[in-house]
Design a protein around this ligand. Structure first.
Ligand SMILES: C[S@@+](CC[C@H](N)C(=O)[O-])C[C@H]1O[C@@H](n2cnc3c(N)ncnc32)[C@H](O)[C@@H]1O
Length: 189
């Protein structure tokens, strides 16, 4: 058996937990690849809330969803994922983050530890028991190591009766490859 690669494994984790009709969150829409993947998993009875702070990302995601005829399954929100609780009051089964910058854009707008941690905290309240938050952590860019360290310190201190936290990472690859942090909710706080 081959070790699972990072991006396929992140998708597999989401696929295992998301059922048709579910409500889910893409915390970092970017060019919409994950948003489209989530829209496929929830089906026409489900819903995706997708956040990004850049108009360019929201437009790019909107176009990708329209081309796939699933635009109506998604609420695209031009705001920080730190404000997720202002937009969602339903239980969700999963959320995904791709930390870092929008590929192909100016690298100055990047996710930051503070808002990422704020978003994880709010999403954990919305998450159903057995639900999952998957973070794909890109950390090679400026500020990336700081965000990575902050997020790891935060998730490490979450009580194990509340959540199980997995880190899946290749340790001998060059150029700061991404890794996965997955958070499974075990019970209410
Ligand atoms: C690595 S990219 C996401 C890639 C995306 N998953 C895709 O499929 O193309 C990270 C995205 O997070 C966005 N971002 C940065 N800070 C954010 C915040 N506080 N809230 C929501 N999105 C944010 C950036 O604008 C960027 O588009």
């Amino acid at each position: 058996m081959k070790l699972k690669r990072i991006l396929p494994y992140a998708k597999e984790l989401l696929q295992d937990v998301i059922k048709e009709g579910d409500t889910v969150v893409d915390a970092t829409a970017g060019n919409g690849h994950d948003t489209l993947f989530l829209a496929g998993l929830v089906g026409d009875q489900g819903h995706v809330f997708a956040f990004d702070v850049q108009t360019e990302a929201i437009e790019s995601t909107s176009e990708r969803l329209s081309n796939a005829a699933v635009r109506d399954r998604v609420s695209l929100i031009l705001d920080s994922h730190g404000n997720v609780s202002n937009y969602i009051d339903k239980q969700i089964s999963a959320a995904v983050f791709n930390l870092g910058y929008l590929p192909g854009s100016n690298h100055e707008v990047v996710t930051r530890g503070n808002s990422t941690i704020q978003a994880i905290t709010s999403l954990l309240d919305l998450l159903k028991i057995g639900g999952l938050i998957v973070l794909v952590v890109y950390h090679g860019h400026e500020g990336g190591k700081q965000e990575k360290d902050e997020v790891i310190s935060f998730v490490q201190q979450l009580p194990q009766s509340f959540v199980h936290v997995l880190c899946y990472q290749f340790l001998n690859q060059e150029n700061d490859p991404p890794f996965i942090i997955a958070i499974e909710k075990m019970k209410e706080r």
